[in-house]
Design a protein around this ligand. Sequence first.
Ligand code: ATP
Length: 281
Amino acid sequence: MEIIQKAPAKINLSLDALYRHHDGEHEWRMVMTSVDLADYVHIKPHASVHVTTDSGFLPEDPRNLAYKAAIALQKAAGVRQGARIHIEKHIPVAAGLGGGSSDAAAVLRGLNTLWGLDYSLAQLATIGLQVDSDVPYCVYSQTALVTGRGEVVQPLGQLPNFWVVLAKPGVSVSTPSILNALDYNQPMPRPDTDKVLAGIKANDFQLMISGMTNSLEHVTAGRHHEITALTTRFIKYGAQVAQMSGSGPTVFGLCEKHSRAVRVYNSMKGFCKEVYLLRPL
Ligand code: ATP
């Protein structure tokens, strides 16, 4: 028996950092969606938890978020069985696309089936929060308003119709280092998340994009000039909005029309090696 779970990449349509909790964690308000760029997590029965990947760059030990998720579920459910978990990696690593969190969420969904636990997605999301703040969203992997430390996930309806072009520059960004540098005493760019929500509700692309901003973008862009270079190019080439995802460094542009998105994709390819033309799921 083999279970295969799709683990899609996420992007942040809005990312608002509200304040830092006493324990150092952040209070978020963000709109997240998933795109059709995905890892595939293969799960088979096994006596203990064992993780492999085809990437060559990722840890295959307890540092892997997929491993952490399996152990967290084992403990929560009091299960003795393990699993052989193989991650077929397609999502760029440490890119702001939540690849590790999505793998962890896929493991939770897959093991829920393999071990016959019958947990709800809400229960899996609660367990997933121990692994990473993006895991609760990734358990659902559908457009949602995400608040709290990442644990409150309110699925939203259909998005307006649009295409996503992703550009991943060749720089590495450490999420904890960007989050540590976030200074709540300084004014920071903030999204109008209510506008983003209203745009989604009214199926109005222009209204949706008018509220978009990522509060982490100025921090990452201050360290890597590639971010601003990419957002500027996206707009120059015709994207209707351009923004960094998560803590970066991936930048995405949105276009309503496929023909325009293809033009943007082709133009960005001349400027950045890793470019994808995608649709939201
Ligand atoms: P986020 O935006 O959720 O912080 P990210 O998209 O920037 O995440 P990931 O690709 O999830 O970044 O990787 C972040 C770190 O997690 C990397 O340093 C990587 O080594 C580690 N990691 C552990 N397990 C995984 C996994 N299964 N896939 C990717 N990275 C993993």
